[in-house]
Design a protein around this ligand. Structure first.
Ligand code: DGL
Length: 271
């Protein structure tokens, strides 16, 4: 057996939000080893400059490559929006990102060719979703809305709270006026608001969860490139973070949907 097949999938994010992607990967690919890095000391990235995010992204890429990952997954929409090409250039192993995953799912889902994307200010300003969707189908109209308050609301655990509901109604008003039929949840934190958002936009609107789309694409890539782990034993999960902030465990487990054992704290700058 080729031993590199048991090497882990490397997943990274600006913080703990990327655990929504890990959760989907664990469900879809139950025999793959995973090493996660969350930059909890420097989160949030969504309001930082492109230069700073790109510099952090390079550091994390090198860190995970040293862990001998067989595939890199950029779970953070903000990092993917501004640094995907640079990460890909640097990586000898395949790189997948949530924007490509969400965009292709949206293009395949919309019937009316009117799609809305919500994300952090940096993701929305980068126009990365619109560019990726247009590359797939230039006839699709893309409407974007930054929702900066969603990240702290989700981290607070206000997943079905009147304040979150009111905030969401306010943010979604302009895009709902555009009569879109598909809404892309373009941020790691938003899948946790899925039922509240579905309630606001109505059951006819299709919600695209980039985390789920990513797990599907990762599974396809591993199969196509012959990279799947042939061992059918419980995999190893490693969680590395740059800080363990207040209430870390509770919030992280909410994203992961299960208990999280063995969290390793790594010092910055990453070696
Ligand atoms: N992980 C980020 C994203 O998906 C959200 C949190 C942040 O701003 O760093 O855009």
């Amino acid at each position: 057996m080729d031993l590199s097949l048991v090497h882990p999938i490397g997943v990274f994010d600006s913080g703990i939000g990327g655990l929504t992607v890990v959760r989907s990967l664990m469900e879809r690919l139950p025999f793959e080893n995973i090493v996660y890095f969350g930059d909890t000391a420097r989160v949030p990235y969504g309001v930082k400059s492109v230069e700073t995010i790109a510099r952090y992204a390079m550091e994390i890429t090198d860190f995970l490559l040293k862990k001998r990952v067989k595939l890199l997954i950029v779970a953070c929409n903000t990092i993917a929006a501004v640094a995907y090409e640079a990460i890909q250039e640097r990586s000898p192993v395949p790189v997948l990102d949530v924007i490509e995953a969400g965009a292709s799912c949206a293009a395949a889902t919309t019937k009316t060719k009117r799609v809305a994307v919500i994300g952090t200010p940096t993701t929305v300003n980068s126009n990365a979703y619109a560019r990726t969707i247009h590359a797939l189908d230039p006839d699709i109209r893309v409407f974007s809305q930054a929702c900066p308050l969603f990240v702290p609301l989700v981290e607070e655990g206000w997943l079905d709270h009147p304040v979150t509901r009111l905030t969401a109604q306010e943010y979604l008003k302009p895009i709902l006026a555009e009569h879109v039929d598909t809404l892309v949840l373009g941020c790691t934190h938003y899948p946790l608001l899925k039922s509240l958002l579905q309630d606001i936009v109505g059951s006819a609107m299709k919600l695209v969860d980039s985390a789920e789309a990513m797990a599907e694409i990762a599974a396809r890539l591993l199969r196509k490139q012959g990279l799947a782990n042939p061992l059918r034993i419980p995999p190893e999960y490693r969680f590395c973070v740059s800080d363990v902030p207040f209430r870390f465990q509770t919030i992280a487990e909410r994203f992961l949907g299960r208990t999280m054992k063995r969290v390793e704290v790594v010092k910055l700058p990453l070696q």
